[in-house]
Structures are given as C-alpha cells and as structure tokens.
Design a binder for this molecule. Structure first.
Ligand code: KG4
Ligand code: ZN
Length: 324
C-alpha cells in the first residue's frame, strides 16, 4: 500500500511516500528555519508563506523520487494538529483538495503520535536496532511537546505524562538564547556540551514523584541565574553550563521513560521528536537499554526532526476517512 504523507505543522514543508507503513521510498523536507534565526524563534507568518510556495514542488518531488504517480497512491495522509494554525491549514487544504481530485482516501494524523511512530520506519542507510513491537511506551520530545505515552495499538495512545511548563526542545532553545548561541538552540547546545565533555556544575530537577510529568522551567531559570552571576568571572564556561543543563534534561527524560516501561511492564521504548536527535540523550538511552533489557528504538536523525514519512507511516494503521 503506497501512502503519500504531507506535513506542514511548523516551519517545514514535507512530503514522503511510505510503503506498507514501513519502507520510506522518499522523504523530502524544505524548511524556512534560516529565515527565522534572526528573530530568535519561528515567525508563523513567514512559515506559512513559505509553505504555500513550497507545497506543490515538495509533493511532486516526493512522488518522483519514489518513482510513483498520483495514480499509484492508495491514500493521502496529512498532519491535522497540533501546530501553527496557518501552517497546518496549508497542508490540510492541499491534501484535502488533492484527495478529492484524485478520489483517494484522506487520513488525518496527530503530529505527536506520528513522532512516536518514527521508530517503526525503515530508512535507507539506517540499521535499526531490532524490530519494535506493541505494546510499547513512547517518549516524544520536541520543540512544543514532551510526552510519555502507553501505546496498546495504533488506535489507542494513552497519555501517561507530559511537561507541566516548557517542552524539552523549548528549554534547549531558551537556554541557548541565555548563552547567546542562536536559534534553534538544541543542536548548538549539543555541540557546545560535547566540547566541555564534563562539568562540575549541577542543575537539579524537581523530581515530580508519583507522576510521569516533566518540568523544565526550573532548570532553565537556574541556568539564567547562574549565567547572570558568573558570566563576567574568569572561570565562566558556557560549554560547561550547556553540558550541565543537557545532563539535567537527559536525566529527567530517561528516568521517566524507563519508569513508565517498568510500570506498564513493556519491553519496547519508542523515542521521537527533535530532541531525540540529541547525542547525549541517544547515548544515555542506549546505555539504560543495555542495563535494563528494554529495547529502545530511536529513529535516524532525519526522522527525529519534523518529516512526512512518520505521517504516512502511522496512517497505514488507521482507518481511511473516505470522502473528505
Ligand atoms: O520535532 P521538531 O523538529 O519540531 C517540533 O515538532 O517542535 O523539534 C524541534 C526541537 C527544537 O526545539 C530544537 O532545538 C530541538 O528539537 N532539537 C534538539 C536537537 N536538534 C533539534 N534538541 C537537543 N539536541 C539536538 N541535537
Ligand atoms: Zn515535531
């Protein structure tokens, strides 16, 4: 079954063709990220304008790279929510019109659930660490969301925990701004922390015992005060601050994710979202996986960030909404 996926929830315009929910035949992503850099965050108006310009060429390119035409498609899938309203509208309107014109079923997908699905995709050049299976726990960590789900089957995602304030990616972006590293902050902090390699600074987290919820605004404020008080001192190292912040976030995420696996008695942990690209998080998850005997499925970097393959992949398991 060939499904064309379309994703326009934030600054990316993405399209992909995925076969039988697994094999990624094409994965095209255009982004307006560079244009937002000087504003320190995404400007919705710029994002949606670029998406209007990009959607048609991106979809054409995804079809031609997969060597299929519209006739060969069995369904069209599109991100329904959550995201920037103007951006979502571009993808949704395009997909609805295309599905109607080609008389193909349309499947509307939740972006966060699709991130959780990315670990199921076979991506050219990426050797997966074993086959994922359900039931599983999923940790989705992106710019807008940090959530832990229990997935019994693809129709049922049970939210076990989420952030009470900043999302993990949002915290990375805000701390990067404090350290004047530019936007987006996640990759910049990741690189800088690697330079430090270690740090004697500790930023502790509120434990939020008895829940699977996260809170990242405390650690962000701790970084703000530490930087304000130490910036002019000779021993101040932004790299060590970045390292300590990253450690604190990685610790909280891995702790809650594996705790959820234990409580739900599952042996598969799926990880997705932009922050899953973080090298320290990936390393820690793999270490814990070996230690606890829980299989962890982390997608290759292009499938951690926003993409349409995850939309087409999850759509395969959901009932098409024919006639939209
Ligand atoms: O999933 P995503 O591409 O978009 C949303 O759905 O939000 O996630 C974007 C987020 C940004 O906050 C970015 O700073 C973060 O993912 N990110 C990272 C890394 N790469 C991207 N955070 C930490 N380390 C990284 N290497
Ligand atoms: Zn996302």
């Amino acid at each position: 079954m060939n499904i064309l996926g379309i994703e326009t929830s934030c600054d990316e315009t993405a399209a992909a063709v995925v076969v039988d929910g697994r094999d990624v035949r094409s994965n095209v992503v255009a982004t307006s990220l560079q244009e937002h850099g000087r504003f320190g965050g995404i400007i919705p108006e710029i994002a949606s304008r670029r998406q209007i310009e990009g959607i048609q060429p991106v979809v054409s390119s995804a079809l031609s790279r997969a060597k299929v035409t519209l006739k060969d498609l069995d369904a069209i899938a599109v991100t329904k929510s959550p995201g920037l309203v103007g951006s979502l509208l571009v993808g949704l309107s395009f997909a609805r019109a295309l599905a109607r014109a080609c008389r193909k079923p349309l499947i509307e997908i939740d972006h966060i659930q699709a991130h959780a699905y990315s670990g199921f995709l076979n991506f050219p050049g990426h050797s997966a660490s074993g086959e994922p299976s359900l039931p599983a726990v999923a940790l989705v960590v992106s710019g807008g969301h940090s959530s832990v789900f229990y997935i019994k089957d693809f129709m049922h995602f049970q939210l076990l925990g989420r952030t009470r304030d900043d999302a993990a990616g949002e915290a990375f972006d805000k701390v990067a701004r404090i350290l004047e590293l530019g936007y987006p902050g996640g990759p910049a902090i990741d690189r800088l922390a690697q330079k430090a390699g270690r740090s004697e600074i500790r930023f502790s987290q509120a434990p939020l015992k008895g829940t699977f919820d996260f809170s990242f605004s405390g650690v962000k404020t701790a970084v703000l005060y530490y930087t304000r008080d130490h910036r002019t001192l000779p021993h101040f190292s932004a790299a060590k601050v970045a390292y300590a912040f990253q450690e604190s976030v990685v610790e909280a995420l891995t702790e809650k994710a594996f705790q959820a696996c234990r409580v739900k008695k599952v042996s598969h942990l799926l990880v997705g979202g932009g922050v899953a690209a973080n090298s320290a998080l990936r390393r820690r998850l793999k270490e814990m996986s070996r230690r606890l005997g829980i299989a962890v499925h982390i997608p290759p970097l292009p499938l951690c960030l926003d993409n349409a393959a995850m939309i087409a992949g999850l759509a395969y398991h959901l009932k098409p909404n024919v006639g939209h």
